[in-house]
Design a protein around this ligand. Structure first.
Ligand SMILES: [Fe+2]
Ligand SMILES: [Fe+2]
Length: 147
């Protein structure tokens, strides 16, 4: 299995979580409860971005490093990570709601760019063999058994 296929599967789970959060966030009345939701999202979403940074993006660096799409994706990972980590220090409920709803939109758009632009570029630059080897690395890191 190609690593990009594994990452697409992760996106699918995140889309369901984003849908749920977008419904829940407007009605939340406690800053601590909102922070807990942000924390719950932060660990897996930052973990997803780190895996992309460390494995897929690093593999693409020799060909795409310093160029548009890869650097845009890295920048958005930083923005998503920063916003979710800053949530722990938020003091205003309304402001944190806006920040979280905004970053969910950023994350959705980011996923869309990976799916439509970056992952197809990864296939054309790295080929099926390298992406499959990276898929094995994904499985090891995620502790998933591949048949
Ligand atoms: Fe990403
Ligand atoms: Fe992704």
């Amino acid at each position: 299995m190609k690593m990009t296929d594994a990452l697409l599967g992760e996106h699918a789970v995140f889309y369901a979580i984003f849908d749920n959060l977008e419904k829940q966030i407007p009605g939340i009345e406690s800053l601590d409860n909102l922070k807990s939701l942000a924390e719950l999202l932060a660990a897996p979403l930052i973990g997803h971005a780190m895996l992309e940074n460390e494995e897929l993006f690093t593999a693409l660096d020799p060909q795409l490093g310093g160029q548009g799409p890869l650097e845009v994706m890295r920048g958005e990972h930083g923005e998503i990570e920063g916003t979710l980590q800053d949530a722990a220090n938020a003091t205003d409920l309304k402001d944190l709601k806006q920040q979280l709803l905004r970053i969910l939109q950023v994350a959705r758009n980011h996923f869309g760019k990976e799916e439509n632009v970056l992952f197809p570029m990864a296939l054309s630059h790295l080929g099926e063999g390298k992406l499959t080897a990276l898929g094995n690395t994904w499985a090891e890191k995620r502790k998933v058994t591949l048949a």
